[in-house]
Design a protein around this ligand. Structure first.
Ligand SMILES: Cc1ncc(COP(=O)(O)O)c(C=O)c1O
Length: 453
């Protein structure tokens, strides 16, 4: 029995009406990828206000690894609702904040003593990790990567790479940010090929210390283990060991931004574990709290404790409902073995997409680890010209046919998978059927046009 059930064309009349109101009342900058308004959601299934039922491959941009309204998360939230909603941890503290800090200290990579700060968003986690790194090292500079995304506040924008829509028009940004190429092998900034390149991009950081910024002035390197918004760019296994060795040599901290990669998405609790990265500080958000706003910075205790009382946090940081939800999320990931599930879903995707790749030139690369999988679409495999328009058409076809799916990539030409990891195999395959039909529709249209020309 299929999950997708469409009662109206998408968007339906009620979604259209709400979109008119939204256009009139809500800022343009708060963009939405689909014109669909939600009524309710469960696991990997979303129902819109017109009664249409969709499979969700976006998971609220990777926030729902444990699924929409996971029953154990809902139960934890309910229990907390009956106790108290907010006291501010800065005024009256509560056990769940402490318990979550203990838990994150224990499960994040690195067998050293750790401490944790809770905040509300990924961007806030970025801000705080950089604040802490600068305070500890007493150095000003931060190295960030091309294709990185770390959020929309000012420091987070400064370390983010993509100009449109994230940065252009918002200048000037905070100073002392230096940018270097990531291991984007499909579009190597040095026009080299892996493995004969010997991971030049990681080694080249040493050159950066001569040309751009002196190593002894660099506080930290901030890096997503797998680039999220940048297009699910997965570095080769040598990249992080080389990078961390260089950083350690120069007393530079490594901040791993696991906001999108964290909590089982890549087949391990954290992508760092899969890629040989042992960060000094780690930022987390998104799937941490099963759909509630919560973020964290966890790191070496001596670094995290550099700054004095009152220097970090905020009124709502570590909200008690979000903390209880997060503790339940961690239980669910463990007891439902969502890391193994992520690997299984990734394999399912790979098995189908490698067939698609034989059929359609449009698929330039299939890449990713665990369930963090993506397709990079190109107009020609020789020129690798980004197929951005085609990517938009595919995403549109998908939502019109019952699959919510989002794109990524500096060139807007990547289809990414962020479905809840609790999705059933049947739903996963049904979603992939829609994606396959979307690819067929766009590729067939392209070849029909080519024949006419
Ligand atoms: C890797 C990464 N870091 C930081 C952020 C910013 O998180 P937030 O939108 O919660 O501020 C995001 C959001 O997509 C992200 O993917």
């Amino acid at each position: 029995m299929s999950t997708i059930r469409l009662r109206t064309p998408v968007p339906g009349p009620r979604s259209r009406e709400l979109m008119r109101r939204s256009d009139a009342a809500v800022v343009r900058g708060a963009y939405h990828a689909t014109p669909v308004f939600v009524n309710k959601a469960e696991d990997a299934v979303v129902e819109d206000v017109d009664g249409n039922q969709f499979i969700d491959f976006a998971g609220g941009i990777g926030c729902l690894n444990t699924g929409h309204r996971n029953p154990r998360v809902i139960e934890a939230i309910r229990r907390q609702l009956d106790r108290f909603l907010h006291t501010s941890f800065n005024v009256l503290s509560y056990e769940s904040y402490v318990a979550l800090a203990e838990r994150l200290n224990a499960i994040t990579p690195g067998k050293f003593a750790k401490k944790t700060l809770l905040v509300n968003t990924g961007a806030e986690a970025t801000e705080n990790a950089i604040k802490i790194a600068r305070a500890y090292t007493k150095r000003p500079a931060i190295i960030a990567f091309e294709d990185a995304f770390h959020g929309r506040t000012y420091m987070a924008m400064a370390v983010t790479s993509k100009t449109h829509p994230y940065k252009a028009g918002f200048e000037p940004f905070p100073a002392e940010v230096y940018r270097v190429p990531f291991a984007y092998c499909y579009r190597c900034s040095y026009s080299l090929q892996y493995p004969s390149c010997e991971v030049h991009c990681a080694r080249h950081i040493e050159d950066t210390f001569k040309r751009l910024v002196a190593a002894e002035t660099v506080a930290a390197v901030i890096v997503e283990p797998v680039m999220g918004e940048g297009g699910f760019i997965t570095p080769p296994p040598e990249f992080f060991p080389i990078l961390t060795e260089i950083c350690r040599k120069h007393g530079i901290l490594v901040i791993a931004d696991e906001v999108q990669t964290g909590f089982a998405r890549t087949g391990a609790l954290f992508a760092s574990e899969r890629l040989g990265l042992e960060p000094d500080l780690i930022t987390m958000a998104k799937s941490l709290s099963g759909g509630l706003p919560l973020a964290a910075v966890t790191g070496r205790a001596e670094i995290m404790d550099t700054t004095g009382a009152g220097t970090l946090g905020g009124t709502f940081g570590g909200n008690p409902i979000a903390c209880e939800a997060a503790l339940a999320v961690l239980d669910v990931i463990e007891s439902e073995n969502l890391c193994a599930r992520a690997n299984h879903l990734g394999e399912l995707f790979r098995n189908r997409t490698t067939q698609w790749q034989k059929r359609w030139e449009l698929i330039g690369e299939v890449r990713g680890i665990g369930a963090m999988q993506a397709l990079e679409l190109v107009r020609s495999r020789t020129t690798r010209e980004p197929a951005d328009e085609e990517t938009k058409q595919i995403a549109q076809y998908c939502y019109e046919h019952g699959l919510i799916l989002i794109t990524a990539g500096t060139y807007g030409n990547v289809i990414r998978l962020l479905m809840p990891l609790v999705i059933t195999d049947a739903q996963m395959n049904e979603g992939l059927d829609v994606l396959e039909a979307a690819l067929a529709s766009v590729c067939d249209r392209k070849s029909a046009v080519a024949q006419l020309v």
